[in-house]
Design a protein around this ligand. Structure first.
Ligand code: HEM
Length: 412
């Protein structure tokens, strides 16, 4: 292994798969935890409905969850096992919570709360669904190839079984995989900035030009979500399964039962999964010198990422020769132009992302609200409260701010 591969390996970043693992994640836990897998299969098979619809069927399923034994987790002794266990239990958790009637208290029974909180502690991530569960560790390869590419991955676990949900996950997965080249360019640039001579300036100019094209491709891949994921289906049938505690319309607390008696801490970070947890976009921000402030939503999102990816971001942040400083110091017009174009590509990515957020959240929220208004019902998007993102943000203001922070990195 080269020193570069060694370094990436230490951060669980793969040279060919980036922040995704190089080989497919586990699709099933061993026999000891089969009851969790069986109950997840049963839920998916039963096509349970959101928000207390088909109340009898969903309550019968929740009774089964409450009657599960509390299965010990001490033998979940590898990262692969722990990740699969986190995925299985968090899908069960979100099924459990989001099939409840919208005003019922949320009490997560011990057979789920205790192992999930313990597993999350071991992984050092929050005990609810994260981007790593829905995207990074939720895929299979659908060809005979032996490593993942943007063209050969499918999702493993879905709430709805709908193509719209799968395409929503795969859009992010494809971006992560296409982003591998961006990570290679980041690394190559960092090697050059530590040399810092005129050849390094030429090389970095070239790398940054290529990086702009790669970011443009990420932008195109994001727009492609429109091909397989219908906005109203996403908004009404898929997205409600993702809600975390801080985007609950009725501001209900999530109570994880049995924690105090087991000496476990009450979880505080309970935002639903958001691609704001994508280490790739954070890596591009850090590398290009986009500063989202401290504390910020972006920084909070890092606590939802796999621990080693967080360490990778720290490592980037602490680079002894930050790129922006190198570009300013070099006083080279071509280099500066290439840098500003790369920042501009990231800004355009965020412009496109805002359009997607309007298309997939604000538009459908408005349509759903006028339908509810016509029936005299309450809910989000009525104009009294801002619509929230899955991560709990006031999404319009927040997305404008991240775009502004990106523009601020441009060298005048
Ligand atoms: C239908 C597709 C998408 C929708 C509706 C959507 C929506 C949102 C919303 C509402 C937020 C605000 C934070 C929150 O509260 O969750 C957000 C943040 C974010 N999303 Fe997306 N998103 C989509 C796809 C993507 C994709 C494919 C990526 C790429 C990895 C991405 C990257 C981000 C990032 C990095 C943030 C943090 C804010 C920023 O960096 O500008 N999103 N998204």
């Amino acid at each position: 292994m080269s020193p570069y591969e060694n370094e990436l390996h230490a951060f669980d970043v793969d040279e060919r798969a980036g922040f995704m693992p190089p080989s497919p994640p586990l699709t099933r836990l061993p026999q000891l935890w089969e009851l969790w897998e069986t109950i997840l299969d049963a839920t998916i098979h039963a096509k349970l409905q959101l928000g207390g619809k088909e109340a009898e069927a969903s309550e019968a399923w929740r009774v089964r969850v409450r009657q599960l034994p509390v299965i010990p987790i001490c033998e979940l002794d590898s990262p692969m096992l722990l990740r699969r266990a986190h995925l299985v239990l968090t899908y069960i958790l979100h099924f459990y919570i989001h099939t409840l009637p919208l005003t019922s208290p949320i009490c997560i029974p011990k057979p789920i709360s205790l192992p999930l909180v313990r597993i999350s502690q071991k992984l050092d991530i929050p005990p609810l669904l994260t981007f790593s569960d829905t995207v990074l560790y939720n895929w299979v390869i659908c060809t005979s190839e032996d490593f993942p590419t943007p063209l050969n991955v499918r999702s493993q676990t879905l709430f709805t079984g709908l193509r719209d949900e799968e395409e929503f996950y795969l859009c992010s997965a494809r971006i992560e995989l296409r982003g591998v080249e961006a990570l290679q360019l980041v690394r190559a640039t960092m090697d050059e900035t530590s040399v810092n001579d005129s050849i390094a300036v030429r090389h970095v100019t070239q790398y940054l030009s290529t990086l702009s094209s790669v970011i443009d491709e990420l932008h195109a891949l994001m727009n492609d979500v429109r091909n397989g994921c219908d906005p109203d289906t996403y908004y009404n049938q898929v997205r409600p399964w993702f809600c975390g505690e801080d985007s609950d319309a009725n501001k209900r607390k999530w109570v994880y039962e049995g924690l105090a008696e087991e000496g476990l801490l009450v979880p505080k970070e309970l935002s639903g999964p958001s691609a704001g947890q994508s280490s790739l976009i954070h890596a591009l921000d850090s590398f290009l010198g986009v500063n989202h402030g401290n504390p910020s939503f972006m920084q909070r999102m890092q606590s939802y990422m796999p621990r080693k990816h967080r360490l990778f971001l720290d490592h980037l942040m602490k680079s002894p020769r930050p790129l922006r400083e190198f570009v300013v110091g070099a006083r080279d017009g071509e280099l500066e132009g290439a840098y500003n174009r790369a920042v501009g590509a990231l800004k355009k990515f965020r412009d496109a992302h805002m359009i997607i957020a309007h298309l997939y959240i604000l538009g459908p929220a408005r349509r759903a609200a006028s339908l509810r208004n016509s029936k005299g019902l309450q809910g989000e998007g009525k104009g009294r409260e801002p619509v929230k993102g899955t991560g709990g943000t006031d999404l319009v203001t927040f997305l404008k701010d991240t775009r502004t922070r990106t523009i601020e990195a441009v060298i005048p």
